[in-house]
Design a protein around this ligand. Structure first.
Ligand code: SF4
Ligand code: ZN
Length: 708
């Protein structure tokens, strides 16, 4: 039997094995919970995402799963052809989804930390935004067993260095933790589960990306495949000996449009990419999948990469420390005249690390000067905040907090390897120049370690912090003559435009006015964030301006003619699907019910978040998706009566916004309003809500109905 025929046979037998294994899992679940027990993963609107995506169908009970598995088994064809092996592969992908779903049956939670198991929709959405705007260049799924611990570490770090988010499945999870790698979202390493079937949680994530961001209709298998092939920057690295089930899953994943690279040359006859060198395999996968990443090379004697971001330097490991309330400390970034900046210069004023005594705390001040125009001063805080990550990217350096509250440590190991104070400057310069080429043209760093000098500069820094804070707090929509657009979501909601103003962030809650302004600047004027001049006011109260209308009309390809930024009822803005909350007008009491994505139960409107989200499309007066922060904005549906209209919110949301919401109630002359807004503990049904409003004498009772 030739290599290829042998592999095909193994794949078909492997699929049968997986189906059997899934059947066992279901029988076990049925024995424990009964066959009518409910199935579905927690935190998703897509039921069993792969099955739902491929077939358009949903399942409700354990016994349904049994039926599907029987069908899959009957459909397996024994003859060794590539077609049969491929269909068997897809069958095995569905089978592991069913297997994993059986583990979750009856609302059980089969995975314990550090393992994540199923990734909820909310995490997926956050990731989606990061993928679209390039914060994360791609996703690598790493499964199987690396040849050695060293190889496991190298492979994971190669992925981390490139800023890829890695999902680990099977024995590699344990190898990575034995190789002392820190797991978690911060370090970009997520262990899905210790068994290989946990790879299903990466596969169903990919399918949900297509359904959520690709606007692919469930059941349209071809559209899913073409979306996964063309739009999802992800690949799977399969490590270690290949058995039948693994080959079968590999063929299935390939058929669904995913890219696979393995370290096993035996897979070559199936056309699967092979790379045996652990330090090359991630680079190879990126190349095959067309993922562009940029590696920053920083010339310092210790390691430097995003991989180290999540690490700690404990007291015993520390050589010296700075700030943290023990010594004076500051970090300050200033945009100044180009003539005052000598590009690439790093100077240390005061003692270097060699003349510091181990175990002690010393004063430190970091002054970064970037050449730019005075209009660019608004970017100072954003650039300054990067210091935190940059110092943590250092293998032997650690940072927490910011400004004059910062706290920095250098490890003993770092001191031994020759790390010097001036290397902080090298790190900061290299990253900022590489990440913001159009903003950071020239940069110099001065580091103070002499107590008197630090104290003197600290005063100056504190003045700058307070004047910045004052500006931020008071910047209102009236203070600016231009807003910004965000059209990142047009990749899946082709006519959606977010208009971002100082008092109104993007509906996903991740893009503020400063973010949009920065986005515009750092991409050199092209991209999703464009300035929108306000132009003549059509109705200032409702937030409608001539030039904003004109911009939105063009950017929405003629779909949205007019928008008012401060009204739910008259020409409201559109919603793309990423909103954190939904506001809906309740005609029975003329009030607004707000529900956030995390709240899974039914609202007094008689619908859940997911159902409401399905109703919103384009411009729909009376229902709108928005961020959490919008609720506490002074402009919040001002034209409709503002926050006095709010009658109901989930208690968690109310609690999250507590301080700001109380302040806003005060400002609106209704200090007791906060306590009059009902949550699920006061009312779950419309009648209960109406009773509650009367009982507390809610201000909405005296407000007129809204019309559109
Ligand atoms: Fe999408 Fe709007 Fe958020 Fe931009 S601001 S990412 S368009 S939801
Ligand atoms: Zn969106």
């Amino acid at each position: 039997m030739s290599g290829k025929t042998g592999l095909l046979e193994q794949a078909i037998i492997g699929a049968a094995k997986i189906i059997d294994q899934a059947q066992d899992q279901i029988n076990q679940a049925i024995a424990e919970l009964g066959e009518d027990s409910t199935v579905g993963f927690p935190g998703t609107a897509y039921n069993l995402p792969i099955y739902h995506g491929i077939t358009g169908k949903t399942v409700g009970r354990l016994t349904d799963l049994k039926v599907i598995l029987n069908e899959l088994k009957l459909d397996l064809k024994q003859e060794n052809s590539i077609e049969n092996a491929t269909s068997a592969g897809i069958a095995s992908i569905i089978a592991i989804e069913i297997l994993e779903a059986a583990k979750y049956a009856g609302n059980r939670m089969p995975y314990n930390p550090p393992y994540t198991g199923f990734v909820p929709d909310s995490t997926l959405r956050g990731l989606g935004v990061k993928l679209v705007n390039g914060d994360i260049p791609g996703i690598s799924v790493i499964a199987g067993t690396a040849p050695t611990l060293e190889a496991a570490r190298t492979i994971c770090q190669e992925a981390q260095k490139r800023g890829l988010l890695s999902l680990l499945s099977g024995p590699i999870t344990e190898q990575a933790s034995r190789a002392n790698l820190t797991m978690g979202l911060d370090s970009l390493l997520i262990p899905l589960g210790p068994e290989l079937t946990s790879i299903e949680h990466a596969a169903n994530l990919a399918v949900r990306v297509a359904l959520t961001f690709g606007a692919v209709k469930p059941g349209d298998k071809d559209a899913i495949i073409s979306y996964l092939k063309g739009k999802v920057p992800a690949f799977i690295v399969v490590l270690g000996p290949l058995d039948g089930p693994t080959i079968s899953l590999g063929l299935g994943a390939t058929a669904l449009g995913l890219t696979i690279v393995t370290d096993q040359p035996s897979a070559e006859p199936l056309g699967i990419n092979v790379e045996q060198n652990p330090s090359e395999i991630i680079a190879k996968a990126c190349e095959v999948r067309g993922i562009k990443t940029h590696l920053i090379e920083v010339p310092i004697p210790t390691g430097f990469s995003r991989a180290f971001e999540g690490k700690r330097i404990r007291k015993e490991q520390m050589y010296v420390e700075f700030g943290g309330g023990k010594t004076p400390y500051f970090e300050l970034l200033q945009i100044t005249e180009p003539k005052d900046v000598e590009d690439g210069k790093v100077s240390v004023i005061g003692p270097e690390i060699d003349s510091m005594e181990g175990g002690k705390a010393y004063p430190l001040g970091i002054l970064i000067e970037v050449a730019g125009e005075s209009t660019e001063k608004t970017f100072e805080p954003m650039l300054e905040r990067r210091i935190h990550e940059i110092i943590n990217y250092g293998e032997e350096t650690w940072h927490i907090a910011q400004r004059d509250k910062g706290w920095v440590r250098i490890s003993k190991e770092g001191f031994k390897k020759g790390f010097k104070i001036h290397h902080f400057g090298t790190m900061i310069q290299n990253v900022l120049k590489s990440d913001y080429p159009s903003l950071v043209k020239k940069i110099q760093v001065t580091i103070f370690t002499e107590e008197d000098k630090v104290r003197k500069m600290l005063e100056k820094a504190q003045t700058t912090y307070s004047s910045r804070d004052a500006k931020v707090t008071y910047l209102s929509d009236e203070d600016v003559n231009k807003f910004y657009s965000c059209i990142l979501c047009q990749s899946f909601a082709p006519n959606h435009v977010c208009v971002i103003t100082p008092e109104r962030d993007g509906l996903c809650g991740t893009v503020t006015y400063t973010d949009a302004a920065t986005g515009h600047k750092i991409r050199g004027g092209v991209g999703a964030n464009q300035p929108i001049p306000k132009g003549k006011a059509i109705n200032e109260d409702r937030g409608e301006w001539e030039d904003v209308d004109k911009f939105v009309r063009e950017a929405s390809h003629g779909e949205t003619e007019r928008v008012s930024l401060y009204s739910l009822m008259i020409y409201p803005t559109t919603s793309c699907g990423c909103f954190e909350c939904i506001s809906i007008y309740l005609p029975e009491c003329h009030g607004l019910v707000i529900v956030s994505r995390e709240f899974k139960e039914e609202t007094p409107v008689g619908m859940r978040f997911s159902t409401l989200a399905g109703i919103i499309g384009g411009q729909t007066p009376g229902i709108l998706g928005h961020s959490k922060k919008w609720i506490v904005s002074k402009k919040f549906f001002r034209a409709d009566g503002g926050i006095k209209r709010i009658v109901w919110m989930p208690s968690d949301l109310k609690d999250q916004l507590k301080d700001d919401l109380r302040r806003r109630c005060q400002e609106e002359g209704a200090p007791d309003l906060y306590d009059k807004i009902a949550d699920e503990n006061h009312a779950r049904k419309l009648e209960d809500l109406l009773d509650w409003l009367k009982r507390v004498n809610h201000p909405v009772l005296n407000m007129p109905p809204l019309e559109h």
